[in-house]
Every structure is written in structure tokens, then in C-alpha cells.
Design a protein around this ligand. Structure first.
Ligand code: ADP
Length: 604
């Protein structure tokens, strides 16, 4: 019986893809999370950058904030204001201003008279010297003249450089002698920014970009300007253009942080391109997606393993079930076979018993038959000594009458010998007729032959059968039963005499032995007609006989054969090459026994 294979399963990939689609939305919150995280990081970084920048800018501005007021107190400068026509004082003022400029790092420091004309300037030696130029139009001048601190962002009219102007009036009591202006270069604050993706944006109070790391945005308006502002721009000319173009800024693209500078009215902004977030977010997404995929694969693998495991368990269970079924079937078959065998054994035993019984009965019948045929010779054998005994006894009486005691004693001895012989004959007959179930024992062969010959002696002599004995002197011991062996020998000898009766004299009977380690072989040969072809094949069969019903029962060889086999020996039938039958008795060699006469024979 073959074990059915499990149904091939649909590939699991479809369900895995489905699972992926279901789990994919998890990537969206992951993206949000990553974006929030990285923008937080970026904002924090930018905040710090912005703080630094603002601190730097304010530091720069504050450094010069008080400078105009302090310088206004210098006598050399005041003198220059008081004596505007004096070249020496002007020269001294110029040199002083240049010295202070060099010490403070300011861009330009200059001194104006109350009309706005520059009397002395730190750049007095340069081509674009401010000396002699009038900056009354500048708001810082107006503020300073008005007694306030003048501050102004603007492009240098001669240098074109962006600067922050600090101005303060130089007072002499209530009289205003002039105005001292410190111009701080702001261009360099832009260069400080460096070449980073983050962009700087500083807008002034008008919302116009004055400082930026992106040159395209410079002097653009981050918000629409009203008319007053436009008018102020036209008047003050802080920018290179009168009408700044609007700032094109895609708010979506930038992450923006602003910081108001109260003292200047400026707004400093840092703009970080959102694209900066893309890469880390993408990386986080890829890592998350990879992890998810890995988890899915792991899950798939686990599911597959679990499925295989379950399949194997199911397969094992099925195989076990089938095995159990087979074992049950086999057990059932075996039980049937066993009971059949038992039945057969019973029948065999019964048949065996019946056979043994039949054989017993056959043996018995054969014995009785043999006894019948032998009774005549037996009575002759017994009558002969009886007659002799009678005559010896009569003679002994006569001898005693004649006082011949010695002769009478000799007669009595002869009588005694004769009775011994008779007892022997009777013992043979009794043993012959008795049923024998003894196990094989050590039996002396020659005495058994003698006994068998003795029983047939008279007939042999009547038929003038010459006996040629070729037996060793030493007793041969064989495994047999006394009675059974004599019975066999008697049968074979009787058959030989029967066969010899069919031929004319000279009739001969040969007896000889051969011996090997295991067997002793007794050969009986006669010079009768020998076995016919059919008799050679069938002589062992019960009731096979070639003799008339009065002569033979056809049991002799059958019984002999059975007895021999029961003794562990063998009966072989053949014809001698020169004619006549040749019978072999193969008997197992036995250890030397206690006596040469069977105890069974004479014990009864
Ligand atoms: P029975 O002597 O009653 O016929 P047996 O079984 O003793 O039965 O012998 C069977 C047959 O074997 C005999 O009828 C005879 O034909 C044959 N047979 C036995 N012994 C001899 C022998 N010595 N020579 C020739 N034939 C024999």
C-alpha cells in the first residue's frame, strides 16, 4: 500500500505580497516619524547656526555703536570741526580717523560739518575719498543732527559696499559742531556664512533682503512695499535699486527659522532646503523597509517551516496509522495461520498416533502370523528335547537299578542341558510376541543372529541350505532392541529360506559384516532367484508379496523397514551381481553393553 502524497500547496508568495501590501502603510508613519525627527535635528542645528550668526552680527554692530559718540569727544576732531579751513587740523583729523579705523576694524570713519559735508575721513588718501562729499541726504545724518543716535543700512554711494552707519552729533554745549559717522562693512558677514546648503537671509525693516548667502535674493523684497517705504527708499537710496523685485521663495522647499533684531529692525533668517531631509529619511525608510521585508521573509520562512512541520507530522501519523493497520492485518493473518497450523498439528498428531497404532497392530499381526507359521517347527523343536528327556530319564532309572550311578548322573546332566535349551526357545517366542516400546540400547549382534538362526535351524537343515558365516570373533555392539533386532533377522532369514525353496540345490546363505566409524552393516545374501524388478521397488510396501496368500502376508519387509528406521538404522534391498538377493542391515554402532543376552528375553 503506498502512502498518498500531500496535495501540492499553492505558492505562498501571493499571501506574502498581500501581507506586504497590508504592512506597507506602516512605512508612511515611519516616514512621518523620520521626517519629524530629522527636521527636528536640522532645526536644532540651524537654530544654533542662527544664534551664532546673530551673535556675531550683533557683536559686530555693538562694537561700533558707541564709537561715534566717544570719537566726538576727541579734541583733534572737534578742532577740525571748529577750524574747517585749517589744512593742518584737517590733516590731523584725517590721520586720526584712519588710525582709529585701523584699530577698530571699521570700514570708514568720517567727520561731517553740520551741513553734511565731509571734512575729514579715514579714506582721505584713497581715490574714492569721502572728503568734500556731502551726505546730508542720508538719514543717519538727519538723525544725528536731530540729537539722536543715527543708524542706517545702505550701500556706499562711492564704494558700492554695504555698510551699517552709526552716526552721532559732536556737540559743544548746545551747539552742534558736526556729525561723526562710523561705517561698518557688512559684506564680510556674508562671506562668513560659507558654502553650505543652508541659506542666510537678512531683511531690513522694509522687508528687503540686505544680506544673503544667495546672491539671487539680494535686494529683493520679501513683502510688498507701501508708498511711504518706496518714497523713503528713493530718498535714502539704501539699495542699488529704487524698486526691489519681489523675493521668489518657494516656502515648501525651505525649512525656515527667523530671528528679530530689535535694535536694527532686521530679521535674520536661516533657510534649510527640505531636500536635506530627503536623504536621511530615505535611508531610514530603506532601513525600515528592509527590516520589514526581513521580518516578512522571516515570517514567511517560519510559516513555511511550520507548514512543513505540520505536513511531516501528518505524514508520520498517516504512516504510523498505516503501519498499525498493516501490523493488525499481519497479526490477524498470523493468528489465522497459527490456528490453522495448530489445527494441522493436531491432525498430524492424530494421524501419527493412528499410524503408530496401525504399525503396532501390523507388527503384532505379523508376529502372530510368524508365530503361526513357526508353531510347527517350534513344536518339533520342543518335542525333540522332550522325547530325549523322557528317554534319558527312563535310562537313568534303569542305570540306577543297575547301580550305575555315574552313568545315571550323566543322563541327568544331559536332561538339565536339554531343559535349558527348551527354556531358551520359549523365551525367544515370548519375546517375539511381546510388544516392544523400549528405546534403543546396546545389543550384541552375533548372539541375536544365532537366536534367529536357531529358530529356523530345522527348516534350513531340511532344505540343505549351506550357511556361510563371515562374522568377526569380537562381539559387535549395535544400537537396537533385542526383540526387534531378532524379529528383523528372523524375517530376513525366513524370506531367504522362502526364496531358496524356489531353486534347486546347492542352496547357500551368506552372512557377513562391514564396519565404519558410525555404522555396522550386516549383509545377508542368498543364491535364490533374487528380487524381481517390481519387488525391488515395492518390497517395503505393506502387503506387497509375490507369494501365495497362504505363504505370505507381505508384511515382513514393511515391518523390518519400520523397525530399522525406528532404531536409527536402515534396510537396503538389492540383488547380488552373480544372482540372488543381497540385503543390508545398517545399524548404529553402540558402546559395549552389559551382557550379550537380552534381559527382556529372559526376564519373563
Ligand atoms: P512375504 O514374505 O510375506 O511375501 P515380505 O514383505 O517379507 O512378505 O516380502 C515381500 C516380497 O519380497 C516377497 O513376496 C518376495 O517377493 C520378496 N523377497 C523377500 N525376500 C526375498 C529374497 N531373499 N529373495 C527374493 N525375493 C525376496
Amino acid at each position: 500500500m503506498s502512502i498518498p502524497l500531500p496535495h501540492p500547496r499553492r505558492p505562498r508568495w501571493r499571501s506574502l505580497i498581500l501581507l506586504t501590501l497590508l504592512l506597507a502603510p506602516l512605512l508612511w508613519p515611519l516616514q512621518q516619524l523620520a521626517e519629524r525627527y530629522y527636521s527636528g535635528v536640522l532645526i536644532e542645528q540651524n537654530r544654533q547656526t542662527l544664534d551664532l550668526y546673530v551673535a556675531n552680527l550683533l557683536g559686530t554692530l555693538r562694537r561700533y555703536e558707541v564709537l561715534p559718540a566717544i570719537l566726538g569727544d576727541l579734541p583733534a576732531l572737534r578742532l577740525a570741526l571748529q577750524q574747517p579751513q585749517e589744512p593742518t587740523t584737517q590733516d590731523q583729523a584725517n590721520r586720526l580717523l584712519d588710525k582709529v579705523r585701523a584699530q577698530t576694524g571699521a570700514d570708514v570713519i568720517y567727520l561731517m560739518d553740520p551741513a553734511g559735508k565731509t571734512l575729514a575721513a579715514s579714506n582721505w588718501e584713497q581715490a574714492n575719498s569721502f572728503v568734500g562729499r556731502n551726505f546730508a541726504f542720508r538719514p543717519y545724518f538727519r538723525e544725528a543732527i536731530a540729537g539722536r543716535a543715527g543708524r542706517f543700512f545702505g550701500l556706499g554711494t562711492t564704494s558700492g559696499k554695504r555698510g551699517y552707519f552709526f552716526a552721532a552729533a559732536v556737540q559743544d554745549g548746545a551747539q552742534t559742531l558736526g556729525v561723526l559717522v562710523v561705517k561698518v562693512d557688512l559684506d564680510f558677514t556674508e562671506t562668513l556664512w560659507g558654502n553650505t546648503p543652508e541659506q542666510l537671509l537678512v531683511t531690513d525693516a522694509n522687508g528687503v533682503v540686505i544680506l544673503t548667502s544667495n546672491s539671487a535674493w539680494r535686494f529683493t523684497a520679501s513683502r510688498p512695499l507701501d508708498s511711504a517705504e518706496r518714497a523713503a527708499i528713493a530718498a535714502n537710496r539704501p539699495y542699488p535699486t529704487q524698486a526691489p523685485t519681489p523675493l521668489q521663495l518657494d516656502a515648501q522647499r525651505w525649512l525656515r527659522q527667523d530671528r528679530e533684531l530689535q535694535e536694527t529692525g532686521w530679521t535674520v533668517s536661516i533657510l534649510a532646503p527640505r531636500s536635506l531631509l530627503e536623504r536621511p529619511v530615505r535611508t531610514a525608510l530603506a532601513a525600515g523597509g528592509g527590516l520589514l521585508l526581513l521580518l516578512l521573509l522571516l515570517l514567511g520562512l517560519l510559516m513555511q517551516r511550520r507548514r512543513h512541520y505540520l505536513e511531516r507530522i501528518a505524514l508520520d501519523a498517516r504512516a504510523r496509522q498505516q503501519l498499525e493497520q498493516r501490523v493488525l492485518e499481519r497479526t490477524h493473518d498470523l493468528e489465522l495461520l497459527n490456528s490453522r497450523l495448530k489445527q494441522e498439528v493436531l491432525e498430524r498428531e492424530q494421524a501419527q498416533q493412528e499410524l503408530v497404532q496401525a504399525q503396532d497392530e501390523l507388527v503384532q499381526a505379523s508376529k502372530l502370523s510368524a508365530l503361526g507359521t513357526m508353531s510347527a517347527s517350534i513344536s518339533h523343536e520342543l518335542n525333540q528335547p522332550l522325547a530325549a528327556i523322557r528317554s534319558y530319564a527312563d535310562n537313568a532309572g534303569v542305570l540306577l537299578d543297575h547301580q550305575r550311578g555315574e552313568d545315571a548322573r550323566s543322563n541327568l546332566r544331559l536332561i538339565s542341558e536339554l531343559t535349558e535349551r527348551m527354556a531358551s526357545i520359549i523365551a525367544h517366542l515370548r519375546a517375539f510376541a511381546r510388544r516392544d516400546h523400549h528405546a534403543p540400547e546396546s545389543v550384541a549382534l552375533q548372539p541375536a543372529i544365532d537366536d534367529a538362526l536357531a529358530l529356523l535351524a530345522k527348516r534350513r537343515r531340511a532344505m540343505q541350505v549351506e550357511l556361510i558365516r563371515d562374522l568377526p570373533e569380537a562381539t559387535l555392539w549395535v544400537q537396537a532392541g533385542e526383540t526387534r533386532l531378532r524379529q528383523v533377522l528372523g524375517n530376513l532369514l525366513a524370506n531367504a529360506l522362502d526364496a531358496l525353496s524356489e531353486v534347486a540345490p546347492p542352496r547357500r546363505l551368506w552372512l557377513s559384516t562391514r564396519q565404519d566409524a558410525e555404522y555396522i552393516e550386516l549383509q545377508l545374501r542368498d543364491n535364490g532367484p533374487g528380487f524381481s524388478v517390481e519387488a525391488l521397488q515395492r518390497a517395503r510396501e505393506p502387503f506387497f508379496t509375490t507369494k501365495t496368500s497362504a505363504q505370505g502376508l507381505g508384511l515382513g519387509l514393511a515391518i523390518c523397514d519400520t523397525l530399522m528406521r525406528a532404531l536409527g538404522g536402515e534396510l537396503l534391498l538389492a540383488n547380488h551381481p552373480t544372482g540372488g538377493a543381497l540385503l543390508c542391515l545398517r545399524l548404529r554402532t553402540a558402546a559395549q553393553g552389559v551382557n550379550s543376552q537380552s534381559s527382556e528375553d529372559f526376564s519373563l
